[in-house]
Design a protein around this ligand. Structure first.
Ligand code: AQP
Length: 336
């Protein structure tokens, strides 16, 4: 049976947190059952923002080990490091030649970051979506799981594929397969513990703003205890005046596996003190087996490296063929 292909990556920019897990890794684990998954540690994307060269390799391995600990099965899916598959950078170069700078400058994420960085905003920040298009098109992906924030970039990927096909494809023979977005449910956007209007993020300077997947039970309890709340009694979803209540309830729903209705009913009369104790325990219980598997995996570095090597070989087989197809269509002379 031909399984549909999905592609997804995560940047090794710091400690993987509950947001990355609930928003991305968990769906990747679920999708690998029915789809052929190409999951990668997006180290080439990690260098878009300023980064610590001493930490990049370590975060790359930690993130890979966490992918496995969360349930990515190397027998079903390919797990690899983006920079190990040279075709990602090479195809990005080719795609750049059909991508108008005007379109890249219109990307919301670029505009937001460029405003902050001013004259220092890099070419890497501008052409981040071109590399992302390369990540996706190399694997002839059918579906790309994206959150709201990545929807615009996926639209651009589709646009780049269409432009390339128009210029270099021939009748009835497209060079690139056009992917569809697989929109993740809204509840999967986890917000900061210290500000319910900001997303939980690796790069937030305050560690207390996030639950890292490897935080100890005591640290989790302390962070949840200190999480921002409001002074209204009883908890409820969807009240725009109460983003923190909505966020904490959503996290509780996702880690407890209960339905939204059951959680709303269970917590509607609780105070934050009682609820936070319940939430902290639910997170601790949910993360315990992941942390246990993580410890086993990092102790067996030979295993981890062999999974990444095998993943690279599987990824390369597909990516190199696509790159070859693209180069041929553009008229490059064959490698001698
Ligand atoms: N708070 C979040 N809630 C739900 N999903 C999230 N993701 C990230 N934060 C949340 C999803 O995790 C995947 C990998 O993200 P990434 O590491 O490639 O980049 P990011 O979105 O920039 O994640 P961070 O944690 O905020 O990293 P920094 O601080 O380095 O920018 C993506 O699918 C993303 O949607």
């Amino acid at each position: 049976m031909n399984r549909k292909r999905i592609v997804s990556g995560i940047r090794p920019t710091g400690s993987v947190h509950l947001g990355n897990y609930l928003g991305a890794i968990r769906s990747a684990v679920a999708l690998q059952e029915e789809h052929q998954g190409f999951f990668f540690i997006a180290d080439l994307h990690a260098i878009t923002d300023s980064q610590d060269p001493r930490a990049l390799a370590e975060h790359t391995l930690t993130t890979a080990a966490l992918y496995l600990a969360c349930g990515i099965d190397p027998q079903r899916a390919s797990l690899f490091v983006q920079s190990h598959v040279a075709a990602h950078s090479q195809l990005a170069r080719l795609l750049g030649s059909v991508t108008p700078v005007g379109l890249l400058k219109r990307m919301i994420q670029f505009k937001e970051k460029a405003v902050k960085q001013g004259q220092e905003a890099s070419l890497g920040l501008l052409d981040y979506p071109v590399l992302m298009a390369s990540d996706i098109l190399l694997y002839d992906a059918d579906l790309v799981p994206v959150g709201e924030d990545q929807k615009q970039h996926l639209e651009l990927t589709r646009d780049i594929a269409a432009r390339f096909n128009r210029i270099y494809g021939s009748a009835g023979k497209e060079v690139f397969h056009t992917p569809e977005p697989l929109l993740m449910p809204e509840g999967a956007r986890v917000m900061s513990l210290t500000d319910g209007s900001k997303k939980m993020s690796k790069s937030d300077l305050a560690d207390s703003s996030r639950i890292n997947l490897l935080d100890s039970p005591d640290v989790i309890r302390a962070k949840v205890k200190r999480a921002k709340t409001d002074s209204i009694s009883g908890l409820e979803f969807d009240n725009p005046q109460r983003p923190e209540a909505h966020n904490l309830l959503s996290i509780y729903q996702l880690v407890s596996g209960k339905t939204r209705e059951a959680v709303a009913e269970e917590c509607k009369e609780m105070g934050f003190g009682q609820f936070k104790a319940l939430l902290a325990e639910a997170i601790v219980v949910h993360l315990a087996p992941i942390q246990e598997r993580y410890r086993q995996i990092v102790e067996d570095k030979t295993y981890l490296l062999s999974v990444l090597r095998q993943g690279r070989l599987e990824a390369e087989a597909v990516a190199d063929a696509t790159l070859c197809r693209a180069k041929e269509s553009m008229g490059f002379s064959p490698v001698l």
